[in-house]
Design a binder for this molecule. Structure first.
Ligand code: MLT
Ligand code: ZN
Length: 462
């Protein structure tokens, strides 16, 4: 590969070709796919990114964007000798606009850094998830990241007020200029959000902030039957605006307790646990929440529960849910991240439960999710004596059953983790052939040489 001219343009300090960097920057958190990049480049400006794209076009080299590398669908893995473009060094917060309540920043800013910055200004950046300490805002935008507060604040998309991107033609676009109202044609900003770097790379963004939440308070419930989960959800949803509504199983809880050394939080054990978070902003809210708690208990939908009395207690309860990914990671989970519309969740959960029991009798499955968004994470743990290839083959067989169900329910094969490499073969269960053809046509407009994260979401041919 002709790296010399790129080295001359960027400077040798911005390029690495050592094995350690390949392993480190060549992939994200996705298991069972290996990294095989040719070089890692570290732009420090938009002009650097333009130069990289122009060099890649000229030399017919594919590029893979890389942020905090916390992705779980393989969108940030270089498998075919691509050059990885790490945004790690473009990590400055550039400007706070107090009047507009917006922050202009570079893509490599860590999500938690932005959250803390917003807090210092007395405001809130509400996109939040367990990987907040590693994930970067550019990756959050490129994948339209979801997380634990979507039920209240929506997806990352809702918070992006403008974008600067470098397209696959090496052109710089400034999109939307933080206008709230802008009815001047297609909103290209939203096309780039969630495009997984397949149209262009984000080099700057402006996000807007929210007022902070008032006294967030967390409930943890032990739930004996799967059907109870959505009954509890419905009771809350009807009466109180929720910040989060999450579910996980006793198996998931077991892994977290073992991994963290935390004590079991409730005296009663149950097959399912639910976390409800709400703003304790008035006596009235708490009275209503307590009444729902009590009536759910009377109905037998829950058998035990606890309420956080302090910020620390709230954090401890959240760890039971947020630490699941890390606690199960040594078992190299095969991950599915699916969604259906809320009203279909009860029926869908029952059917999925049945599939998991009959199709995976020998595998341990850990499921959890943002159930208030209709989003379920299904993790299959790899038995230690099984090869990765054998395990994946087994999981793919069940994928076919699961995704046919998803199609029947009108759901999505990827709720929030993206398509990347791992969900690419199943995209047609969620998107029609016509829709996929339009997506490909759109890619060809912005990336005529097919160099921007090629092979992610869909392949050029077929
Ligand atoms: C989560 O909800 O914890 C994340 O999506 C990560 C995961 O699914 O492992
Ligand atoms: Zn999630």
């Amino acid at each position: 590969m002709e790296l010399q001219s790129l080295t001359q343009t960027l400077g040798s300090e911005k390029i690495r070709t050592d094995k350690e960097s390949f392993q480190n920057y060549g992939k994200d958190w996705t298991k069972h796919i290996s990294a095989n990049p040719s070089a890692i480049v570290f732009p420090t400006s938009t002009q650097d990114v333009v130069n990289i794209v122009q060099w890649a076009r000229k030399n017919k080299v594919a590029l893979v964007p890389s942020g905090g590398r916390t992705g779980l669908s393989g969108a940030a893995i270089a498998t075919h000798g691509e050059v990885v473009v790490s945004f790690e060094k473009m990590n400055k917060i550039l400007e706070f606009n107090e009047f507009d309540q917006t922050v202009r920043l570079e893509p490599g800013v860590i999500t938690e850094t932005l959250q803390n910055y917003a807090k210092e200004k007395g405001l809130l950046f509400p996109v939040d998830f367990a990987s907040r300490g590693s994930s970067q805002i550019g990756g959050n935008i490129a994948t339209n990241a979801g997380g634990i507060n979507v039920i209240r604040y929506g997806l990352t998309r809702n918070w992006v007020s403008s974008l600067e991107v470098v397209t696959g033609e090496g052109k710089v676009l400034h999109l939307n200029n933080s206008l709230i109202k802008n009815a001047s044609g297609y909103d290209l900003r939203h096309l780039f959000i969630g495009s997984e770097g397949t149209l262009g790379f984000i080099t700057q963004a402006e996000v807007h902030l929210s007022r902070p939440t008032q006294n967030p308070t967390v409930f943890l419930f032990a739930v004996p039957e799967l059907s109870g989960v959505m009954k509890i959800y419905h009771s809350f949803k009807k009466q109180i605006p929720l910040l989060a509504f999450e579910m996980f199983t006793d198996v998931a809880m077991g892994y977290v307790l073992k991994h963290t050394g935390l004590k079991p939080p409730l005296s009663e054990e149950a097959p399912y646990y639910v976390i409800v978070e709400l703003e304790n902003d008035s006596e009235n809210t708490m009275e209503t929440a307590m009444a729902i708690f009590e009536s759910s208990m009377e109905q037998g939908w829950l058998t035990d529960g606890t309420i956080s009395q302090s910020a620390q207690q709230a954090k401890d309860i959240w760890r039971l849910r947020e630490d699941i990914t890390e606690a199960t990671s040594p078992w190299e989970p095969y991950k599915n991240d699916v969604s259906v519309r809320i009203s279909k969740v009860p029926e869908f959960l029952t059917e999925v439960d049945q599939v998991l029991k009959t199709e995976y009798p020998a595998f341990e499955t850990v499921w959890f999710g943002h159930i208030g968004d209709g989003n379920l994470h299904i993790n299959i743990l790899k038995p230690q004596n099984m090869t990765s290839a054998e395990f994946i083959e087994n999981c793919h067989k069940v994928d076919e059953i699961l995704f046919e169900k998803i199609e029947r329910f009108g759901g999505s094969v990827s709720a929030e983790h993206g398509v990347g490499l791992t969900k690419k073969p199943y995209l047609h269960h969620t998107r029609s052939h016509e829709e996929i053809a339009y997506m490909k046509a759109i890619k060809a407009v912005f990336d005529p040489d097919f160099i921007m994260n090629p092979g992610k979401i869909f392949d050029e041919s077929n």
